[in-house]
Design a protein around this ligand. Structure first.
Ligand SMILES: Cc1cc2nc3c(=O)[nH]c(=O)nc-3n(C[C@H](O)[C@H](O)[C@H](O)COP(=O)(O)O)c2cc1C
Length: 381
């Protein structure tokens, strides 16, 4: 494919934001906020700045309040110090010509009391999600959580709103609500983890209510075209009891239809990483993203396992408007330049994903040394 005709490298108008290409860096938890306040650091600013040639960067999942914590050394966006730390990151990305959204997350029932000063985590119902939590003492099995009271749900929605205000103050260009499987929001969507009998449980409308409560609160702060949401509708493994259920397909049809009225920046959908044959969501297997395209009238961002070729193909077919890349950005800070010049990609070292420090974080070299795109010209030593 001619470099200049790659849809991936075309400019893209995202509401008021002009993206210089359609390559999005997906959120990547990297466990580098290695301080007791979970404050973003200058090293994190350097890491994001190295990747600023992406059309848009999505920050790592970031806690909206202390109860949302469920993984070590992940930054928050609920204290003054954290907001000041994020200013370093947003300034560095903007200085290098990039754009960055904050990903707002809450892990709900999938936390562990080791993160919460001995308190039990809270979720939609007192049901163990049966996953693992990465605690200061290593990976531990999740526990039977507390059921959130209605007052707690309302407070959590307010905490998302405050986090969105903090993201605005910190200089982000928008926010993405983190609703990937395992997090609090999909715990409300799932029949297995939500057995509430109030207005947040039971029917599809009730289980989905928290999505719209949170979005309604955030769009009081941000223009809706700066607000997005990311879902993993059909994950099968490492998700404990939160596997797709008999209502997953109608649930996502409902969500897509209702989200179409929100004029969001985009709906971010993660593809399955496994064969869906024989599951309750088998019908989504063929032409997966079309199912979402058909029910959602806004911009669609596609994710999982994309390469230069498959991403260009889905954009030229018009099935997605943007494509995000997660793991490829770990070892290829210059992913966009590599796509432009059709250079091979480097493989990241999973052993260093969450280990803290520069090693396996800011020390992955660019493919072309001395290449000037307004960013770092030589790799770290
Ligand atoms: C190390 C690592 C950390 C991740 N952290 C997050 C996160 O904080 N938030 C999120 O929504 N997804 C997270 N993901 C998922 C990615 O954003 C992306 O959805 C996934 O890697 C699939 O895209 P890919 O095939 O291009 O890697 C993470 C993935 C990896 C490999």
């Amino acid at each position: 494919m001619e470099n200049t005709t790659q849809p991936l490298l075309e400019e893209y108008q995202l509401g008021a934001l002009k993206l210089k290409n359609r390559v999005v860096m997906a959120s990547l938890t990297r466990g580098r906020a290695t301080n007791t306040g979970l404050v973003p650091t200058p090293l994190m600013a350097e890491y994001y700045a190295q990747r600023a040639s992406a059309g848009l960067i999505l920050s790592e999942g970031t806690w909206v309040n202390p109860q949302s914590i469920g993984f070590i050394n992940v930054p928050g966006i609920y204290t003054r110090e954290q907001v000041e730390g994020w200013k370093l990151v947003t300034r560095a990305v903007h200085d290098h010509g990039g754009l960055i959204f904050s990903q707002l997350g809450h892990i709900g029932a999938a936390s562990h009391h080791d993160h919460l000063n001995g308190e039990l985590p809270a979720g939609p119902s007192a049901i163990n999600p049966q996953t693992k939590s990465f605690t200061p003492n290593g990976f531990k099995d999740t526990l039977k959580p507390r059921e959130m009271s209605l007052a707690e749900i309302r407070q959590t929605v307010q905490d998302y709103k405050q986090a969105a205000e903090n993201a605005l103050e910190a200089g982000f260009d928008g926010v993405e609500v983190h609703a990937q499987v395992g997090m609090l929001i999909p715990q409300f969507l799932s029949l297995a983890t939500n057995q509430r009998t109030d207005e947040y449980g039971g029917s599809i409308e009730n289980r989905a209510r928290i999505v719209f409560d949170i979005l309604d609160a955030i769009i009081e702060v941000w223009d809706s075209t700066r607000v997005a949401i990311k879902f993993t509708p059909v994950a099968l493994s490492h998700v404990g009891v939160m596997t797709p259920d008999a209502q997953t397909i109608p649930m996502f049809q409902y969500l897509c239809n209702k989200l179409s009225d929100y004029n969001l920046a985009y709906l971010h959908i993660v593809a399955p990483s496994e064969d869906l044959t024989g599951t309750t969501v088998e019908a989504l297997q063929e032409n997966y993203f079309d199912h979402f395209r058909n029910h959602y009238s806004g911009r669609l961002m596609a994710n999982l396992g994309f390469t230069r070729e498959t991403a260009n193909a889905i954009l030229s077919e018009g099935t997605a408007d943007l494509v995000s890349f997660g793991a490829p950005f770990i070892a290829n800070p210059d992913l966009v330049e590599r796509f432009r010049s059709d250079l091979p990609l480097s493989a990241g070292n999973p052993d260093l994903y969450y280990t803290g420090g520069e090693n396996g974080y800011t020390d992955y070299p660019r493919a072309i040394l001395g290449e000037a795109h307004g960013r770092q010209e030589v790799p770290a030593e």
